[in-house]
Design a protein. Structure first.
Ligand code: PMV
Length: 338
């Protein structure tokens, strides 16, 4: 559905990592140093239409109706160049993207964005990739997008750095089977600041890997976190999942705080929410926090307790907004006018 030749529309959802991706070993190919694992959300979808335009001399890219310019536009056109090279097509495209989440605020808009773009461009240019191929392709736009190709829980394999062969092939995401009904997971998303981040995740990762004395220890411990996370998910042990997710995220932020100069995404409002999460745990509620490249907090809890958690978090963020998310669907094509 959703794709006449040369015209396709795709929908993808953001994902939140429970074991983080932080740091590239190859910037060009977007190959990470570590494996990561995430939950795709059922909120904040991105819808992207890619229409080939045989008469055009350049791509037209709009986000929420406004033309994209500068670096964000360059990232999209570079991505389309990659698709064109693979498709053997010179045709430029009209790309129209609708985000339902603030862009560039550490709320995974690039993950849903490039997963939707990869899915729509694959269909419009007739590449015919399978889900693994789409995940590898989405990775080139934004690393975390490799995971949003899949619904539910997904692991993104870093791939073997030095086994010879094509390193692109080894780095892709795939679904992780999780007893979702038993785990009953929700992420309460506390948007304390919807503004764009001051430092891009790309630059922050580069600086962290190059200068932070804490980067290597975190990467090593993250590998252990991943093994523990997979086991905790298999057992549907929400507290174990949350404990590992929270320490992995705090460790990631520690690597940035130790970078030179420091990268600090966490704000006073972030810490206020973290205090509220601690209070919830003291009151016997399973609630665990994770933060990405921004001050916003995602609180992992049971779906059955999500309203209570959201109420406490709402008190803590005041002016901010709070959303409850569950596990969401894979990226998919859909009808352009649906
Ligand atoms: O996909 P990027 O390049 O925007 O990287 C984002 C990385 C984090 O969101 C901070 C962590 C993750 O694994 O999603």
């Amino acid at each position: 559905p959703g794709s006449a030749a040369g015209d396709a529309t795709a929908v993808a959802h953001p994902n939140i990592a429970l074991v983080k991706y932080w740091g590239k070993r190859d910037e060009q190919l977007v190959l990470p140093w570590t494996d990561s694992l995430s939950m795709t959300l059922d909120v904040f979808p991105t819808t992207t239409r890619v229409r080939l335009d045989p008469g055009a001399g350049e791509d037209t890219v709009t986000l929420d109706g406004a033309p994209l310019e500068g670096e964000p536009r360059r990232r999209v056109t570079a991505f389309l160049d990659l698709v064109r090279e693979r498709a053997g097509s010179p045709l430029r495209a009209v790309v129209d993207t609708r985000n339902t989440v603030p862009t560039g605020a550490g709320l995974a808009s690039s993950a849903s964005g490039f997963a939707a773009l990869a899915t729509a461009a694959d269909a419009a240019y007739g590449l015919g990739l399978d889900a693994t191929g789409l995940s590898r392709l989405a990775r080139r736009g934004s690393g975390s997008a490799s995971r949003s190709v899949f619904g539910g829980f997904a692991i993104w394999h870093a791939g073997q750095p030095d086994r010879g062969g094509d390193p692109d092939l080894g780095s892709y995401a795939e679904p992780v089977p999780v007893p979702v009904a038993a785990l009953d997971p929700a992420l309460v998303v506390a948007v304390v600041d919807a503004g764009p981040k001051a430092v891009s995740s790309r630059e922050a990762m580069r600086r962290t890997v190059a200068t932070s004395p804490l980067y290597r220890p975190w990467a090593a411990s993250s590998q252990a976190d991943l093994a523990e996370m997979r086991e905790a998910l298999r057992r549907a042990d929400l507290d174990a999942v949350g404990e590992v997710a929270e320490r992995n995220a705090l460790g990631m932020h520690a690597t940035m705080l130790a970078a030179r100069p420091a990268v600090r995404y966490l704000s006073a409002a972030t810490l206020t929410v973290l205090d509220a999460v601690l209070e919830l745990r003291r009151a016997g509620v399973s609630a665990w926090a994770t933060m990405d490249a921004g001050p916003n907090v995602k609180v992992l809890c049971r779906r059955s307790e999500a309203d209570r958690v959201a109420g406490v978090v709402r008190e803590a963020v005041r002016g901010g907004s709070v959303h409850i998310a569950g596990p969401g669907p894979a990226a998919r094509l859909r009808d352009a006018d649906a």
